[in-house]
Design a binder for this molecule. Structure first.
Ligand code: MG
Length: 396
């Protein structure tokens, strides 16, 4: 039975519900971190370390394939081959596309949801050891709620199901490869509608066994699920706070950069770099939260940093944070500038910062005010910014 198992991970979904719940954040949920590594890496590591597993096949769409190669496969070493195939229009179609690439030598196929990151390698051996006498196994738990069957038209309850007989199906699901293939081939296009893999084997009369367990195995669908998964994974979140402020002169013939965006203005920010007070105050806030000094220590007024875009400073500060297992958790920025009025640019700056910091937009705040004609900002001689930066993570 060792190395007899090919793992299929359908991952062609677009994370739409997750992105909406994360304040329209960009990107797939699979790249968000749990225990300091992308969620999909936790899943791959669990299978990679199981002696039963021969290979792992991920079904993904085009953009996902590129990202998986760049962010996951090139940065992590797996002992087992990780193969990428193109996903289909439904989950079951993605599984079918992957199933056709399974090694001839594998007798068993395991399907696992890409977004169930709490999987442990011993679940796989536990299941494989119970395979005898069945065509498929499904991991899951006793149903907790009372489930009734009702008529959606009349609203009348038809039946109350016996709770002791109800089982909530999760993944992994492990099946005999030949029977799985047979199910797909005999059901034809109907098979692509299945939302659960072993149900295909049930439909052709195969024997499927429920494997009951009660360890957490949450499927991350929304941003709230991700937070729950982190807590269930025992991820301790340390919060670290830093405050940054910055002020630059306003002069002609210079561009005005705020939060990485060029803002139309007759006057721009005078600085050794691009003079972006928003990014500079955030970088100082990050360094403050890390207890790591200030922006001048890292990026002095030397030729190396002359006219450099401040996004580079931010990138390096974030790398430093990530080396200490911390990442942005929340940022609150105030910009003080007499002219131009920033009202129409605030949302754009906020979106750009959310992108640069990999945060949902509701964790990024941009406030803009004037100095009511007083002081250097009020007289239009300078602009300034203040930032409160909160970093979160396991910390070190
Ligand atoms: Mg500065």
């Amino acid at each position: 039975m060792k190395s007899d198992l090919s793992v299929i991970i359908p991952a062609a979904g677009l994370s739409q519900r997750f992105r909406q719940s994360a304040g329209n954040a960009a990107g797939s949920k699979l790249f968000y971190h749990i225990k300091n590594e992308p969620l999909i890496v936790s899943v791959l590591k669990a299978f990679d370390s199981s002696a039963f597993v021969r290979e792992i096949i991920i079904a993904t769409e085009q953009a996902g394939e590129k990202l998986l190669k760049k962010e996951i496969l090139s940065k992590n070493k797996f002992r087992k081959p990780v193969i990428l195939v193109r996903g289909g229009n439904t989950r079951a179609e993605s599984v079918w596309n992957a199933l056709r690439k399974v090694s001839k030598n594998s007798q068993y196929v395991c399907v696992h949801d890409a977004a169930r990151p709490l999987i442990k390698p011993n679940w796989i051996s536990h299941m494989m050891n119970q395979m005898n006498g069945s065509d498929g196994l499904v991991l899951g738990r006793h149903a907790v709620p009372t489930v009734k069957v009702f008529d959606p038209d009349s609203g009348l309850i038809k039946q109350t199901l016996k709770r002791s007989e109800l089982f909530e199906a999760e993944t992994p699901q492990i099946v005999k490869k030949e029977i799985f293939l047979k199910a797909y081939l005999s059901l034809g296009p109907r098979a692509f509608k299945a939302t659960d893999d072993v149900s295909l084997i049930e439909q052709i009369g195969g024997k499927v066994k429920a494997v009951v367990q009660d360890e957490p195995n949450i499927k991350v669908t929304t941003y709230q699920d991700l937070k729950l998964a982190k807590a269930l994974a025992g991820e301790e979140t340390n919060l670290r706070f830093g405050f940054g402020s910055d002020r630059h002169r306003l002069v002609p013939k210079r561009a005005l950069y705020l939060g990485g965006l060029k803002i139309p203005s007759p006057l721009g920010s005078l600085g050794h770099s691009d003079g972006d007070v928003v990014l500079h105050s955030i970088v100082d806030g990050i360094l403050g939260a890390l207890g790591a000094g200030d922006i001048g220590d890292f990026f002095p007024n030397t030729p190396k940093w002359k006219n450099v875009r401040s996004g580079q400073f931010l990138k390096q500060a974030l790398q430093l944070a990530s080396q200490k297992n911390l990442m942005p958790f929340q940022v609150d920025v105030t910009i003080i500038l007499e002219r131009p009025k920033l009202g129409i640019y605030k949302q754009k700056i906020k979106s750009n910062l959310a992108r640069l910091l990999s945060l949902p937009e509701d964790k990024v705040s941009i406030k803009a005010k004037t100095a009511e004609g007083m002081g250097p900002e009020g007289e239009g001689l300078a602009l300034s910014a203040q930032a409160l930066v909160v970093l979160g993570g396991a910390g070190s």
